[in-house]
Design a protein around this ligand. Structure first.
Ligand SMILES: Cc1cc2nc3c(=O)[nH]c(=O)nc-3n(C[C@H](O)[C@H](O)[C@H](O)COP(=O)(O)OP(=O)(O)OC[C@H]3O[C@@H](n4cnc5c(N)ncnc54)[C@H](O)[C@@H]3O)c2cc1C
Length: 490
């Protein structure tokens, strides 16, 4: 099928305003934030999708998927467009971006059963605003909260800033509806727990648009007690001290909503108002009063245990005000993009990994060492550091952050800078048994390591693809490595 025929056939079952072929919108849809610099400089090397389409309901999603499946047309599901790993990047000549913009209803807030149901295109902030007005919260607060939408949040297995208390999205989703490439609509009911075989929610959660299109999501809701919030901040000797304190808090069963430790370099860019070139450790406790008080005692006792590594206490008001300005709006994203039209530097590339408590400090040290000694453009780095921001009883994550001056053509930036840096981080993580991907998804730029990430269990991932998407129409190149896409990666 050629592009003209594809568009003609689409107009047979969608209205004119549901099909977008505007050049600027297609250019925007051809890549996400992984290639944001090349995108801003208008040197993207990937094909434009054929059209962006806007289904009004689940049945239309189903019709679209059947059409694409029958005609072998690549599909990229799209939500808030905040993807960072190439999940929205297009590698095929014939592609439809199925945008969730019109799946925008908050279906039900069920206060008694503590759950809320939304369509996939509802922005997290929208539901959060409705809940806050009634004294509830989703507990989900990724930095992209004002922009990201439920379909994307679930499809990427996202995690929020208060995860240590509320968990990641996988702990919040109680049920969902999704559509498979053959048009089949599956509804997973909303119950408090089930043991009817494997937990099939996880086929949709984290699928990054490669197995099914998520159309509806039900999440837990929590009572919100902002008046009880307590904040703690410390300047500390090194990252190791911070990790030890985090472990102590978690191992003793406390669940602060925020528990983070920052390297000196990362602290410098976050806490310019108090960092004094030291590492930083912060906590936030929230919830009902009794729980907050117990959590505070747990944090204080853990800090006391490692007091030799604690250099200074930070005024809790400084931590609180920092939190209040952490989220990114669409305007912040647009401003960053505009800034890249003029500036030859990159601020804010990240790679997030996870491992157990004993391995994380080693991965951190190995990455720092290899980047400083092996990365050919190390002299262009203006910042290299990281923070741990999501902790569990058995381990934590490390969020590597790197900024650099760009001394090459815009189209080479990813190949010369970002990808070699990400490669070192992933290699060091996999070598020591960690996970190469903590919460941004694999996208298209970590797919070369998907098999290594899963080892013998890759068999299960592969079978899911073969079963649910036998014609390979769902988000070509995402998660699953594809020979044909290598030319866009190197
Ligand atoms: C400033 C900024 C801050 C961020 N902070 C965080 C953070 O704190 N925590 C975090 O986890 N992530 C964070 N991210 C990453 C990103 O916001 C998350 O991955 C988010 O979940 C993506 O949601 P979205 O609606 O924007 O999805 P999109 O970017 O539109 O899509 C993301 C992926 O999901 C797929 N997808 C989208 N909708 C559907 C659907 N309905 N069905 C099936 N697949 C679908 C897409 O094909 C794509 O592969 C941040 C990103 C930015 C830009």
């Amino acid at each position: 099928m050629d592009k003209a025929t594809l568009l003609e056939e689409l107009s047979g079952f969608l209205t004119k305003d549901q099909i977008n072929t505007n050049y600027d919108d297609l250019y925007d849809a051809s890549a996400d934030r992984y290639k944001k610099y090349a995108k801003a400089r208008k040197v993207l090397d990937v094909p434009l999708p054929t059209a962006i389409v806007y289904p009004n309901n689940t049945e239309e999603v189903s019709k679209l998927l059947v059409f694409c499946n029958d005609n072998r047309i690549n599909v990229i599901p799209r939500g808030g467009k905040t993807a960072t790993e190439g999940g929205l990047e297009n590698w095929k000549e014939l592609t439809l971006v199925i945008d969730a913009d019109r799946l925008n209803k908050i279906i039900k807030v069920d206060e008694y059963n503590m759950q809320a149901t939304v369509e996939a295109g509802v922005r997290l902030q929208e539901l959060e605003d409705v809940l806050r007005a009634r004294g509830y919260t989703t507990g989900h607060s990724p930095q992209s909260k004002p922009v990201a939408k439920f379909g994307g949040l679930v499809a990427t297995r996202s995690i929020g800033q208060f995860s240590t208390l509320y968990g990641g999205i996988e702990d919040m989703v109680v049920g969902l509806e999704c559509v498979f490439p053959n048009g089949h609509i599956s509804r997973i009911k909303n119950v408090s727990r089930r043991a009817g075989g494997p937990d099939i929610r996880h086929i949709a959660i984290g699928n990054e648009g490669t197995l099914c299109y998520i159309t509806e999501v039900t999440v837990k809701i929590f009572k919100h007690f902002p008046e009880n919030n307590k904040f703690y901040g410390y300047l500390i000797k090194d990252v190791d001290t911070g990790i030890k304190v985090l472990r102590e808090v978690m191992a003793n069963g406390y669940r602060p909503s925020v528990a983070r430790t920052y390297s000196e370099e990362d602290a410098h860019q976050h806490f310019y108002h108090f960092h004094k070139d030291k590492c930083v450790l912060i906590f936030m406790a929230e919830g009902n009063k009794d729980i907050v008080e117990a959590t505070c005692r747990g944090i204080e006792a853990s800090v006391e245990k490692f007091k030799d590594g604690i250099l200074e206490y930070v005024d809790s008001k400084l931590i609180e005000s920092w939190f209040n300005h952490l989220n990114w709006s669409q305007k912040d994203i647009d401003d960053e993009f505009e800034g890249m039209l003029e500036k030859d530097y990159h601020a804010g590339f990240t790679t997030e990994i996870s491992a157990d408590w004993s391995t994380i400090p080693q991965i951190y040290a190995n990455v720092m060492n290899r980047v400083r000694n092996e990365f050919p453009r190390a002299h262009d780095l203006t910042m290299l550091g990281g923070h741990s921001s999501h902790s569990y009883i058995n381990g934590t994550n490390m969020y590597f952050v790197y900024n650099y001056n760009i001394n090459c053509e815009p189209e080479d930036e990813m190949r010369i800078y970002h990808h070699p840096l990400q490669t070192i981080i992933v290699e060091e993580t996999l070598k020591l048994g960690g996970s190469m991907c903590h919460h941004h998804g694999i996208g298209k730029y970590r797919n070369e390591w998907t098999k290594e990430e899963h080892g013998s269990a890759y068999y299960m991932l592969e079978k899911l693809k073969e079963t649910f998407d036998p014609n390979g129409i769902m988000n070509f190149g995402t998660i699953y490595p594809q020979e044909e896409g290598v030319k866009f990666q190197k």
